[in-house]
Design a protein around this ligand. Structure first.
Ligand code: NIG
Ligand code: FE
Length: 391
């Protein structure tokens, strides 16, 4: 039977050469089979032998590898405009500056909802084709009450993981104190119904420690979970604030003090590393070993945005993490699946275990290691989401 027949009943994926489940109980299984029913994983076991339950259809994986769908827990997809020239200038030696965000803000405010949705939808489709089955999407290029609200409404058309980032930068023509009052007041009120998370860009040139704490606390007060951009361009108070407030994740974590690393390890805040940003801003990569060695939970995400990391590819981030951040291939794929799920406090995705969502990727390779070993090669062959083939 072919894989694109209508769903319904049980589907057996047989002859999986290497199944990476991201479930610590049995993380890798050679010669595996997996049954999907009603959109979730119903059974996992050996591919050969008498114990394989009956199924309504069979998908022959032919010795290739299967992994959970990637969970991209950090992306900025609601925007308009183009920053090609800024990137080209940077590659000729200009430094990255958060000021470039304002270019995208101007274009985003000008754009119609339909154009913003079409751009976000195209990026989500690009992500899906590269194996990402769960994505978080932030606002942050509107920076007025209505532009932030509509950014989140559009984000919500594509994911339940929507993040209010009204505190991306202070927009031109507004005083910092007035803007923090807006972000914690009327803007939050308008945005909270459309958001699951609140985020703040805690960095010199964006929001300082006191402002960041106030903004996250207001979001938490409105029922949102907290996450933060911390330590992208330099050391700062962001990680400490994330740990104090019980944020789900601190993202970037490129510049960390030893105290930051210890606090992350103690708090259970996930450190989300975004190597696409280092690649695209030609900056030094963080050392993932320092975090993993201290017992910190690590996630990998794309940070897909038009300024600092215009990649939608989790396989590219996995390859960068292995080559540049000293992660093993297994650690990198774990961080890109279960790690991302943890950063979003999700237990139903990023893992293949009985009861989890049947979001999975068949690679045209015998092992997940090939994601790093064969960088830049399109190894995602099939993508299944909620038990249905989508790519
Ligand atoms: O995560 N750090 C802040 N926000 C984005 C950059 C956005 C931009 O340059 O447009 C980031 O890298
Ligand atoms: Fe970001």
């Amino acid at each position: 039977m072919t894989s694109d027949e209508p769903a319904g009943g049980a589907t057996l994926f047989e002859d999986i050469g290497l199944l990476f489940t991201a479930d610590p109980e049995h993380e890798e299984i050679a010669d595996a089979a997996l049954i999907v029913e009603d959109g979730v994983v119903a059974w996992i076991g050996p591919s050969s032998g008498p114990g394989v339950p009956a199924a309504d259809r069979r998908i022959g994986v032919e010795g290739r590898a299967v992994i959970p769908g990637f969970v991209d827990s950090h992306a900025h997809l609601v925007f308009a405009g183009d920053r090609t020239a800024e990137f080209a200038a940077r590659m000729e030696g200009l430094p990255y500056s958060a000021g470039g965000i304002r270019t995208t803000v101007a274009a985003t405010r000008e754009a119609a909802d339909a154009a913003l949705a079409a751009n976000a939808g195209a990026l989500v489709a690009e992500m899906l084709a590269q194996g990402t089955t769960t994505v978080e999407i932030k606002s942050g290029y509107g920076l007025t009450v209505e532009d932030e609200r509509r950014s989140l409404e559009i984000a919500g058309r594509f994911t339940a993981e929507t993040t209010y980032l009204g505190a991306h930068v202070v927009p031109p023509g507004v005083g910092a104190d007035d803007y923090v009052s807006l972000v914690t007041g009327p803007m939050l009120e308008a945005c909270a119904p459309y958001a699951r998370w609140v985020d703040v860009f805690c960095e010199r040139g964006a929001f300082d420690g006191d402002q960041s704490r106030e903004i996250l606390a207001a979001g938490i007060g409105a029922g949102l979970g907290a996450r933060i951009h911390a330590g992208q361009l330099g050391e700062g108070p962001g990680v400490r604030i994330a740990c104090e407030l019980g944020a789900a994740s601190a993202d970037h974590c490129t510049h960390l003090t030893d105290a930051d690393v210890a606090a992350l390890a103690d708090s259970g805040v996930v450190a989300t590393l975004l190597p696409g940003a280092e690649f695209s801003t030609r900056s030094p990569y963080p050392d993932a070993r320092r975090l993993l060695g201290a017992g910190v939970s690590v996630a990998l995400a794309t940070d897909c945005n038009p300024g600092s990391s215009f990649t939608s590819s989790m396989p590219f981030c996995v390859a960068l993490a292995v080559r540049e951040m000293r992660m093993s291939p297994k650690e990198a794929v774990r961080a890109a699946t279960a790690g991302g799920a943890r950063a979003l406090r999700r237990t139903d995705v990023g893992v293949l275990r009985v009861g989890a969502r049947a979001d999975l990727v068949i690679l045209s390779a015998p092992s997940y290691v090939h994601l790093a070993y064969r960088p830049g090669v399109p190894l995602v062959d099939q993508v299944w989401k909620d038990g249905a083939r989508v790519v």
